[in-house]
Design a protein around this ligand. Structure first.
Ligand SMILES: [Zn+2]
Ligand SMILES: [Zn+2]
Length: 584
């Protein structure tokens, strides 16, 4: 089946739509009858020894072209088999041999996105300027494959431009919009690598392509970058992106049509931004939801406790079933968990000072201590929300590497290059997709603070959790004193006590919630102290190099030093040593 389509693509290349040909390009050719004999079976199985035997028996198998003009090197590149590619290249395979569609093994390696194979082929003379018979450069192939590091690697050679088009006047941005890869689209839009309004031979922009396939996120990104003028651009058939979107019948097309219809009336230079209303609604939903349940419970008097028993679990399940990103085309981080923490603090403080304190102040020491402690807690909360977690910038990036080829040649992991920030990460650094930054000494992304925990706020985070533990203990202690004082009035019977608990549902609910959160705090602290004592972070705990076994007292000493002086032994130490080595 594939062969028929593939040949049709090659024979009628001038007549077919370029987007149909992209779909074909994605397909991996299957092994068929070939002059190359069974060596192709060995490649498919990835059996290096058998391939060596084949070459030793007959070196000409390397040069033979089989079905569709593919060589053994083409197949090894498609399979991304580094060992076989190296074997064939060292046995005399030419990476510039073209298949019947004009594609070289290097084109295939680019599409596959295997940097090691691409690098090896370039060492063996792969020509980056070679285009296939559709005029596609290696960069086009890398974009089709969707690997940003491969694109960046090609761009770093200085021999390819993002503005290059194929014979259908298709730019890499068109291809990215066609494959629906939002990350590649963002990469190509950065630093104006690709012109947003470039048109293909049918007059279509990348926006038209995305609208036709119902790519809501890509259309939204393009709209934000280029403004509403994109909506009015028509292709050579006279169709706007909105017209193309209306032709689609899927839910995504309907969603897109609604979005585009809203912005088509805006001035052409207007660049829409993310909706703040949706963000703040989601942020305050837990607080408002909790308040609504408490109000309903208050109105029902004696049955208030029962209402809370059913409605609070419902509220919790509707919060905790949400995704980390908002389920709209905006895809921004979901602030619902931060909202839950805000709701917890807000409602606890309201209950504490609105309900319990008036009956205890100024006689209770607990009440006096709480004023000071809660002020400190709120101060820490605001500070942690605003403090830089240790974002990696250009000055901090690993000085040993200046391009991706440096990583390949020094046999380092390619993951050291962050394709989103385009920086070389020092050890213990990780990119956070929600915050869209690289964070040094990355610990974790805290959903409840809606930000990362890293080198510069890790200690503050642990202090914040300790302060939370104290607050929960204070609340639970105060609530117990309050309820005890109510119960001991006039020497109530057991049934009267139970009725009182139902009437005092506000205090009871908040006491239960604070008490339950204590367990969660304890779990966080155990995990954190364990990671700190092992001189690592939660995220990098699994990569920890076997430390010599420390005694319990040594581990506590490390934790205490961390709390008093901050982290000194992780990434900072390594990079300082490296910098020193380079300066010398
Ligand atoms: Zn990054
Ligand atoms: Zn983050």
């Amino acid at each position: 089946m594939f062969m028929v389509i593939y040949f049709a693509g090659q024979n009628s290349v001038g007549h077919i739509n370029w987007r149909t040909s992209i779909i074909r390009m994605h397909m991996t050719p299957e092994r068929t009858v070939s002059d190359g004999g069974d060596i192709l079976d060995c490649i498919q199985r990835g059996n290096v020894e058998e391939c060596i035997e084949f070459i030793q028996n007959d070196r000409s198998v390397i040069k033979q072209q089989g079905w569709a003009g593919f060589t053994a090197l083409h197949y090894a590149a498609i399979h991304g088999n580094r060992a076989l590619v190296e074997l064939f290249l060292s046995s005399g395979a030419d990476p510039n041999v073209m298949s019947d569609a004009g594609q070289t093994a290097f084109h295939f390696a680019c599409r596959q996105g295997n940097i090691y194979i691409m690098h090896k082929m370039m060492q063996y003379g792969a020509d980056l300027r070679l285009r296939d018979y559709q005029g596609k450069t290696p960069l086009h192939h890398a974009v089709t494959g969707g690997n940003i590091v491969a694109m960046h690697y090609l761009w770093e050679t200085g021999m390819l431009r993002f503005s290059d088009t194929d014979m259908f006047r298709v730019t890499p941005l068109h291809l990215a919009a066609s494959t629906g890869n939002i990350e590649v689209v963002c990469y190509l839009l950065k630093d104006q690598r690709c012109a947003v309004d470039a048109v293909d031979q049918q007059g279509a922009t990348a926006f038209h392509i995305a609208a036709e396939r119902g790519g809501v996120e890509i259309c939204w990104t393009l709209l934000q970058r280029a403004g509403c003028r994109m909506l009015h651009q028509r292709n050579y058939s006279g169709l706007s992106p909105l017209d193309l979107s209306k032709q689609g019948k899927t839910f995504r097309h309907q969603q897109l049509t609604k979005l585009l219809s809203r912005y088509i009336r805006e001035p052409i230079h207007h660049k829409p931004g993310d909706s703040n209303a949706l963000y703040y609604w989601t942020l305050f939903f837990p607080s408002l939801g909790g308040a609504a349940i408490l109000l309903i419970a208050a109105m029902l008097g004696g049955y208030g406790g029962l209402i809370c028993l059913f409605l609070f679990p419902w509220l919790a399940s509707s919060i905790f079933s949400q995704y980390h990103r908002m389920a709209t085309y905006q895809r921004s981080p979901n602030p619902i968990y931060l909202g839950t923490l805000v709701a917890g603090i807000l409602h606890s403080l309201l209950c504490f000072y609105g309900k319990m304190i008036p009956s205890a102040w100024p006689y209770s020491t607990l009440a006096q201590v709480s004023v000071f402690h809660f002020s400190v807690l709120l101060g820490m909360f605001l500070r942690i929300l605003n403090q830089d977690p240790g974002v990696l910038d250009k000055a901090d990036s690993d000085p040993r590497f200046s391009c991706i080829a440096d990583l390949v040649e020094s046999n380092q992991s390619l993951q050291k290059f962050c394709p989103y920030c385009e920086l070389f990460q020092p050890d213990f650094t990780k990119h956070c997709k929600l915050c869209q930054v690289c964070v040094k000494d990355y610990d974790h992304h805290c959903l409840f603070l809606n930000r990362c925990i890293g080198r510069d706020n890790h200690r503050l985070f642990i202090f914040f959790i300790l302060a939370m533990v104290t607050s929960h203990l204070l609340f639970v202690a105060m609530a117990m004193c309050y309820l005890y004082s109510k119960m001991s009035e006039d020497g109530r019977s057991l049934s009267q006590c139970l009725t009182l608990l139902g009437e005092e549902f506000w205090v009871v609910v908040m006491m239960v919630l604070n008490g339950m959160t204590l367990f969660w705090d304890a779990w966080i602290l155990i995990e954190q102290f364990d990671a700190v004592a092992s001189t690592t972070t939660i995220y990098f705990r699994h990569t920890e190099i076997s430390e010599r076994q420390r005694s319990q007292s040594q581990r506590w000493a490390i934790v205490l030093t961390f709390l008093l002086e901050g982290r000194k032994w992780l990434g900072s130490k390594t990079s300082d040593e490296d910098k020193l080595a380079i300066e010398i």
